[in-house]
Design a protein around this ligand. Structure first.
Ligand SMILES: Nc1ncnc2c1ncn2[C@@H]1O[C@H](COP(=O)(O)OP(=O)(O)OP(=O)(O)O)[C@@H](O)[C@H]1O
Length: 222
């Protein structure tokens, strides 16, 4: 069953007097519980595509459907509910709040979105990501790999149906990149979360369900 879909999705940016056509009428489906990898050269529009799919940015043309609903036609309130409760986002540079403990960082989405944490699920997540023993620390006291594991826990804390990850291993060494990639696979199998991951290094994800490349504004199925 498809959970997310885009139809004729285009995005242009104005750069001075020029208009650049970053995404050119992209059509794609993402299935519930699937692992999707998106590759592409620097500047090919990977972040832009992720921003449109996750509802952060509006397309110039075209439609994004989340569970059959035309996302950008939904009310602002509904859009932000979906972004807060149903989507999780993982960034290259972790984006943890420096003043908050690890535990408070992870619990933040539940506070902001007024959603109770499922404590049994939360403990399972902490254990799987191996961050229980560092939960009282501050982000600055953690290694990059640890910070990214915390960021994944935060993104997954409200049991999202889709996690969007933009170069989640881009700031990590090889060993930690492999650990993070393996964790994504495990979370996908264990919780059935749909993952849409942008990466420069497809060897980290040897068997995704779907692999794409962004090239000249088109999303090509590999
Ligand atoms: N807000 C913006 N205004 C103008 N141009 C933009 C904007 N956002 C992105 N672009 C341009 O769109 C193109 C695609 O950018 P994007 O960040 O999506 O690429 P990317 O594939 O994620 O690149 P990288 O791998 O280097 O992160 C680039 O040429 C970029 O300069």
């Amino acid at each position: 069953m498809e959970i997310l879909k885009c139809a004729n999705l285009s995005k242009n940016f104005k750069q001075g007097k020029e208009t650049i056509h970053v995404l050119k009428s992209i059509n794609a489906q993402f299935y519930k519980g699937s692992m999707n990898i998106i590759m592409g050269e620097s500047g090919s529009g990977k972040t832009t595509l992720l921003n449109l799919l996750s509802g952060i940015e509006q397309p110039t043309k075209g439609t994004v459907y989340y569970q059959q609903a035309n996302f950008f036609k939904l009310s602002e309130k509904k859009q932000s509910q979906i972004r807060g409760n149903d989507y999780g986002i993982v960034f290259q540079f972790f984006n943890l709040i420096p003043e908050l403990s690890i535990e408070d960082n992870i619990k933040l989405p539940s506070i902001i979105n007024h959603q109770p944490l499922d404590l049994k699920y939360y403990r399972k997540l902490m254990k799987l990501l191996n961050i229980e023993r560092i939960k009282s620390k501050l982000p600055s006291h953690l290694s990059g790999g640890e910070q990214q594991r915390v960021a994944i826990a935060r993104a997954m804390s409200l049991k999202p149906s889709i996690v969007f990850a933009d170069e989640p291993t881009g700031n990590l060494d090889k060993k930690n990149s492999q650990i993070i990639a393996r964790l994504f696979q495990q979370l996908n199998s264990l919780f059935g979360t749909t993952f849409i991951i942008v990466t420069h290094d497809p060897t980290l994800f040897p068997n995704p369900d779907f692999k794409y490349k962004l090239d000249d504004g088109q999303l090509i199925y590999k």
